[in-house]
Structure formats: structure tokens, C-alpha cells
Design a protein around this ligand. Structure first.
Ligand SMILES: Cc1cc2nc3c(=O)[nH]c(=O)nc-3n(C[C@H](O)[C@H](O)[C@H](O)COP(=O)(O)OP(=O)(O)OC[C@H]3O[C@@H](n4cnc5c(N)ncnc54)[C@H](O)[C@@H]3O)c2cc1C
Length: 498
């Protein structure tokens, strides 16, 4: 057996959310080992500055980094998020919720959804998310963190955070530099490759060269290392997800402070609303074939009162890098791909890529089988998220504009078609263990978009319908009552401050 030639010098290019999450996860993992981690961030190129809504895995990442939740919340102006409210997606004047955490409990070992479905066919009284603890809280602008020692019917809620992206980068810069990450503020001008096609060094301002064993490309959409130097191509998914622009602006704080993200469908796309402690983040996401930048800015201003920053237009191309890990370079963040922010999945993909990476750390030899498996797993994440996002559009009943009419004819991926066909028969969903969005998320969006199976699973007829119906009524009522007894979201955050 040969002795490992370990990677000693990691170089991360880019100081946005991706760069600093990468630095923090790497520094925490390699703490007390012989290594250097250097972050190079350009003083001339700003970060993208959006990316303020997350999903519950953000809380796991903070735990992994051993960052106290309270400290993080107070220093990043964060608020809590219990799910997303989708307004006008199925049709105008309709809304639905996508919850975090569970909806109901299994009955007789069968999915709650199936029992609820039978109930809908016989006696449609309750909406699916009436059985979600997170949505019971969200609807009343309430929040609490379930205490495992005091279980209640609200315990199965889960939460994520909304935060100020620039304060998060600052927080993680301080965290990482305290763990000996070195920061160089300079512009990378050139990338040199060795005879094997690996990156050997970078040239920065002033012609200084920075050597490294492994390079992490967090340069955002410019993909300086993975694309410009290593020529790894991009799989463009605009034919599935044609929105390609967003205009973002901040507005004044709105009360009451809602513990959820809002996603409101509009004529040419949709608009997000992300409440923070001190302000609100807003953006209008659209397709340039149907809406000019000026029109989008006008629509944002019309729909968002009290804007406090100049609206900023951002372009993007939905898709993913053919390989996120190639040679001695890993692409993380926007350099690795982008799926529109409808389900707040980009920061999750940054964390997931890095958490997978620290479990697959290479030696200088760069084992191809490890790299191939790593890339396969990240590809699966992208496919699963892509299909889930398309689901929000492809079943719409809206035809009130060219944008929505387009969705009536747009082809969907075969993987999504198979899933929908299966679901439409008897409401069955088949999960892969690596799917980010579990069946309960799919049920919520399918139901929200008005996709109902023809019938329910026949096994449900084994259970006693009357008994279950009674339990449904009691449980939906009890959730509402218990939610009403918890603290207002704003008050919960206030108490963290004292
Ligand atoms: C409209 C929109 C809304 C979004 N909303 C969400 C959301 O709600 N939730 C979510 O999870 N994600 C969201 N995202 C995605 C999220 O913003 C990004 O995934 C995240 O900010 C990571 O960006 P990044 O660090 O890869 O790139 P950037 O923020 O663009 O950072 C790039 C860094 O690279 C540096 N750099 C570039 N070139 C060089 C060079 N030559 N030399 C040195 N340094 C260089 C820059 O200075 C900068 O520091 C959204 C994205 C968009 C476009």
C-alpha cells in the first residue's frame, strides 16, 4: 500500500455566499490538520447580492459548523421560514402552501395523503396543508422551535431562515478567518494548467502567482476556473425553464412579520417577497422573450410599495455544469449551475456540494471513480430539483398572457412525465433516497396546482373511514388552536435579542 499524498493547499476563488460557505465547511472539517485554505475575492466584481431564502438544511449546516443559531440570526437580520405561499400559480385568486416538515401522520402504515385523498372523494372538508403544523403556524404569523422534550402536535414542523446575504458572507468570513482561512483581495487574471490538465497556479493583480493543490471555483456566473480554464461545458435547461432574468430591490419592513416566503405569479413570471428583521427582499423573475427590463422594473415598482434600493437587473441561464468536479477543480455556487429561486435551492446545493466533498476528499492522485460518483450524485440533485420546479408551472390553468400560454405547450422532462403519469392514476409517488423534495412536498405542490389522481390506493379501504374522518376533524382543529397559543413570529425574534 502506498502512502497518501494529501492535498495541503486549497484555493477558493470567489467571496460570495458560495465562496464563504465552502471556506467554512472546509475549514471546520480540516481543523487541526496540516493544510492551508486561501480565499481570493475580487475587489472589483461585486457578489450577486441576492439569495436570501433557504430550506431547513441551513439549520443542519449551522450545527455542522457549530455556529449558535441565535448568534447567527441576530447578526444576519434573519427571520424564520416555515414554507412558501404560492399565490396565483394555478389560476388567479387562488393560493396554496408548500410546507416545511410533515403533513399529518401515516394511518395504518399508509401515507396520510392517500387517506386524505379518499376523504376528498367522499367528503371534501379539509385542505391538505390544514394538517401541516408549519402551515398552521405560518397562517397565523406564529413561530416556535419544537422542543424534543415537550412533544406536541406542532412538533413535526420544520423551519429554515431568511437572511441578509451580505451579512451572511461577513459572518462566514469572520468564522472562517478565525479558523485560519487566509483572505486575499485580488482579481484573478490568469489560470495556468500543468501537463496533466490540472490547475497549477493562478495569476492575480500585480502578477503575483498563487499555487495550490486543489481549486474551488466560486466565481459565480463567470465560472473562471471550471469553464474558462478547464472548458467544462454547461447543460442548458432554458427549453424547460425559460425564465432568464430577475429584477431585485429591497423595500421597507412590512408588518406583521410573516414566517414564510411569498411567491406571487404575475403576467410574465413571478415575484418573490422575503421578510427580514429590518427590511424586505423583493424580486420579479421573468422571461426576456415576453417582458423588457424596463417593463419588469415598472411591474416591480407597481407591486412593491416603499422600495428603498435602486432595482437591479440580473440575467441567468438555467442549467448545470456537465461535471461540477473536473481534474483538481470543484465548481460550487453559480459557477456549477442555476435553477431559478422558486424553491430556494441554490444555497442548499452549495452546502450539499461541499458536505459531499468533505466526505470524498481527494489525494493529489485524484481518483476518477470518486469524482465520477460525486458528479453523479450532484447531477441527481439537480434533476430532482429541476423537475420539482417545472411542476410549479407545467400544470397551470393560466392562459391570460403569452408567458402562461407558453406553458400549455412546453415539453417536460421524461422523468417528470413518468412521475406525473404514475401519480395521476392512484396518487402513488416513488421516492429515491437522495431526493431533496420528499413525497410530502410533491403532494403539496401537486394538490396546490390542482393535480388530483383519478382514484386512491385500494389498500386504504381496509381502514375504517368514519374513525379516520373524526380524527381528521379533531387534528386540524387542534393544530389551529395550538398554533394560536404560540408566540408571534416578530415577538419570538424579539425575545432572542434579550
Ligand atoms: C435572482 C436570483 C435570486 C436568488 N434567490 C435565491 C434564494 O432565495 N435562495 C437561494 O438559495 N439562492 C438564491 N439564488 C442563488 C444565490 O444567490 C447564489 O447561489 C449564491 O449567492 C451564490 O453565489 P456565488 O457565490 O456562486 O456567486 P457571486 O455572489 O456572484 O460571487 C462571485 C464571487 O466571485 C468573485 N470573482 C469573480 N471573478 C473573479 C476573479 N476573476 N477573481 C477573483 N474573484 C472573482 C466575485 O468578486 C465574487 O466575490 C438566487 C439567484 C438569483 C440570480
Amino acid at each position: 500500500m502506498q502512502k497518501n499524498e494529501n492535498i495541503k493547499n486549497y484555493v477558493i476563488v470567489g467571496g460570495g455566499t458560495a465562496g464563504w460557505i465552502s471556506a467554512a465547511i472546509l475549514a471546520r472539517t480540516l481543523h487541526n490538520t496540516e493544510h492551508t485554505i486561501t480565499v481570493i475575492e475580487s475587489p472589483n466584481i461585486p457578489t450577486i447580492g441576492v439569495g436570501e431564502a433557504t430550506i431547513p438544511s441551513i439549520v443542519d449546516m449551522l450545527e455542522f459548523l457549530r455556529i449558535p443559531l441565535k448568534d447567527f440570526i441576530l447578526k444576519t437580520n434573519a427571520t424564520f421560514k416555515l414554507g412558501i405561499k404560492f399565490v396565483d400559480w394555478k389560476e388567479k385568486n387562488h393560493h396554496y402552501w408548500h410546507q416545511f416538515g410533515h403533513i399529518g401522520n401515516k394511518v395504518d402504515a399508509q401515507p396520510f395523503y392517500q387517506h386524505w385523498l379518499k376523504h376528498q372523494f367522499i367528503n371534501p372538508t379539509f385542505e391538505l396543508t390544514d394538517f401541516s403544523p408549519a402551515i398552521a403556524l405560518a397562517k397565523q404569523n406564529k413561530f416556535f422551535i419544537p422542543d424534543p422534550k415537550q412533544p406536541s402536535n406542532l412538533s413535526k414542523s420544520a423551519y429554515a431562515l431568511h437572511f441578509d446575504a451580505s451579512l451572511v458572507a461577513k459572518y462566514l468570513t469572520e468564522y472562517s478567518t478565525a479558523l485560519n482561512v487566509k483572505l486575499i483581495q485580488a482579481h484573478v487574471k490568469d489560470t495556468l494548467l500543468d501537463e496533466n490538465g490540472n490547475i497549477s497556479q493562478l495569476t492575480i493583480d500585480g502578477h503575483e502567482s498563487i499555487k495550490g493543490d486543489f481549486f474551488i471555483d466560486c466565481t459565480g456566473q463567470s465560472a473562471l476556473l471550471i469553464n474558462k480554464a478547464l472548458r467544462v461545458g454547461y447543460e442548458n435547461w432554458q427549453h424547460y425553464l425559460p425564465v432568464n432574468k430577475a429584477v431585485a430591490a429591497q423595500s421597507e419592513l412590512i408588518t406583521p412579520l410573516s414566517p414564510y416566503t411569498e411567491s406571487i405569479a404575475h403576467e410574465h413570471g413571478w415575484r418573490w417577497r422575503i421578510p427580514l428583521q429590518n427590511r424586505t427582499g423583493n424580486g420579479y423573475v421573468y422571461c426576456s422573450d415576453y417582458c423588457s427590463d424596463d417593463e419588469a422594473i415598472g411591474l416591480l415598482k407597481k407591486n412593491v410599495p416603499n422600495i428603498i434600493t435602486e432595482p437591479r437587473v440580473i440575467s441567468f441561464t438555467t442549467g448545470k455544469r456537465n461535471k461540477v468536479w473536473h481534474k483538481n477543480c470543484l465548481a460550487v455556487g453559480l459557477s456549477s449551475g442555476f435553477l431559478e429561486p422558486l424553491e430556494s435551492t441554490s444555497i442548499y446545493l452549495i452546502m450539499k456540494t461541499m458536505l459531499n466533498f468533505v466526505q470524498s476528499l481527494p489525494t493529489k492522485e485524484m481518483a476518477e471513480p470518486t469524482i465520477n460518483e460525486f458528479n453523479r450524485l450532484i447531477d441527481n440533485e439537480y434533476y430532482n430539483i429541476r423537475d420539482f420546479i417545472i411542476l410549479h408551472y407545467c400544470e397551470t390553468k393560466r392562459t391570460d398572457s403569452k408567458f402562461w400560454q407558453m406553458w400549455q405547450n412546453l415539453a417536460i422532462p421524461e422523468s417528470l412525465k413518468t412521475k406525473l403519469d404514475l401519480f395521476k392514476c392512484q396518487g402513488r409517488l416513488y421516492e429515491n433516497h437522495y431526493d431533496l423534495f420528499a413525497s410530502e412536498s410533491w403532494y403539496a405542490v401537486l394538490e396546490g396546482m390542482g393535480v388530483r389522481p383519478k382514484s386512491y390506493d385500494p389498500i386504504i379501504d381496509k381502514s375504517l373511514f368514519d374513525k379516520i374522518e373524526k380524527a381528521f376533524t379533531e387534528s386540524a382543529k387542534a393544530l389551529q388552536i395550538n398554533a394560536s397559543k404560540t408566540l408571534d413570529h416578530a415577538e419570538y425574534i424579539n425575545r432572542l435579542k434579550h
